[in-house]
Design a protein around this ligand. Structure first.
Ligand code: ACO
Length: 328
């Protein structure tokens, strides 16, 4: 079995910054409510078709090539995680392949595990490399949640945002992916979902009023996230026969600052070892973890080839939870 490692990190966000104040002119809300309930101060929102999911993911891929010196034709596979593809089919990964000219990428496909998508995508990417059949794999997470948002629903529109991030995985000398933990609970579909593609054909009439908007029961999602993410991290640490003290940073889905604060407390870890950046990016679903990782690289908080251990952990619709322990 081959070892996989993260060779480069990158992110790309839409140009347009939308403040809480601007949203308070759209729906009945305030900057104070949004900040105290979620930690979010502003978010990036796509304002042109070039900032659709494939466009954002393409920019991330180009940045990864620049950082690593790897060329598009060296890429063997592209995994895109998204709940907001440009099209039902082909996959966003296929569109990215076309955009970047990754002519030798055999497997190009999308993964939908909602906000836990990046962690699921990393697990898939790691396995593509460890199989020995792929040497260079792009794992890209790109979301344009603004097109799945009901802009009249104040309970969701103040949280959701657009953005993309990702990594280049290559073969490494040492074992870098130390442990992983995944869990899904399909019984909880009603607490968080993104609409329903109803059966609609000459023999079956679909409801006229359905919309493909993200709906959630915020409090129940909050409780699920706190309980299941901390359990998943504990299982992960146990599997790796490690301790939370071995982990330099916990980089978890940036949905809500209060979930992160409570998770740190529950795990007995100092708050400053949980990276937080949702105040400037909002909740970008599966893109939030790779955007955070890319920020941390830029700020010098984490560095490749150091052996420093990080935990990534996401939760989302499904309900899905996924965590990984990675040595950089
Ligand atoms: N501005 C002002 N008031 C609001 C707003 C708003 N934007 N949105 C809701 N409210 C009101 C509601 O109408 C309700 O009023 P009521 O009590 O009179 O009925 C009240 O605020 C809701 O209060 P709480 O339920 O106590 O709010 P809470 O503290 O739970 O915060 C929040 C709500 C922010 C949604 C929180 O529950 C949360 O973050 N949950 C988790 C969401 C999450 O993590 N989603 C991630 C998955 S989705 C994805 O990642 C794509």
């Amino acid at each position: 079995m081959k070892n996989a490692k993260i060779a480069a990190f990158a992110s790309h966000s839409p140009e347009k910054v939308v403040s809480n104040e601007e949203l308070s002119r759209l729906v009945d809300t305030t900057d104070e409510w949004i900040q105290t309930r979620s930690g979010i101060r502003s978010r990036r929102i796509s304002s042109s078709e070039s900032e659709n999911s494939s466009g954002l993911a393409t920019q991330v891929a180009l940045a990864l090539f620049e950082k690593s010196g790897v060329k598009p034709e060296e890429i063997d596979a592209i995994v895109v995680t998204t709940v907001t593809p440009d099209m039902n089919t082909p996959s966003t990964a296929a569109l990215v392949q076309r955009n970047i000219g990754a002519v030798n990428a055999g497997m190009c496909f999308d993964v939908n595990a909602a906000c836990a998508g990046f962690v699921y995508g990393m697990s898939v990417g790691e396995k593509l490399i460890s199989s020995g059949k792929h040497k260079k794999v792009l794992v890209l997470s790109a979301e344009v949640l603004s097109k799945a948002t009901d802009w009249l629903d104040r309970s969701t529109c103040v949280l959701l945002a657009d953005g993309a991030g990702g990594v280049l995985l290559t073969e490494g000398d040492e074992k870098s992916f130390l442990a992983e933990d995944f869990k899904s609970d399909g019984n909880k579909i009603d607490i968080l979902h993104g609409g329903n593609f109803h059966v609609s054909n000459p023999w079956c009439e679909a409801p006229q009023d359905f919309k493909l908007y993200i709906r959630m029961k915020g409090r129940e999602v909050f409780d699920f996230a706190l309980k299941e993410m901390t359990k998943s991290i504990n299982r992960l640490i146990e599997e790796a026969k490690a301790s939370v003290n071995d982990v330099k940073y916990f980089v978890v889905h940036q949905a809500n600052a209060r979930i992160i604060q409570a998770a740190a407390k529950k795990l007995g870890v100092a708050q400053d070892r949980f990276y937080v950046n949702m105040h400037e990016y909002g909740n970008t679903s599966s893109a939030s973890i790779p955007i955070a990782l890319s920020d941390m690289i830029k700020k010098g908080l984490i560095k490749s080839e150091t052996g420093d251990k990080i935990v990534i952990s996401g939760f989302g619709a499904g309900m899905t939870v996924g965590s990984m322990l990675i040595a950089l």
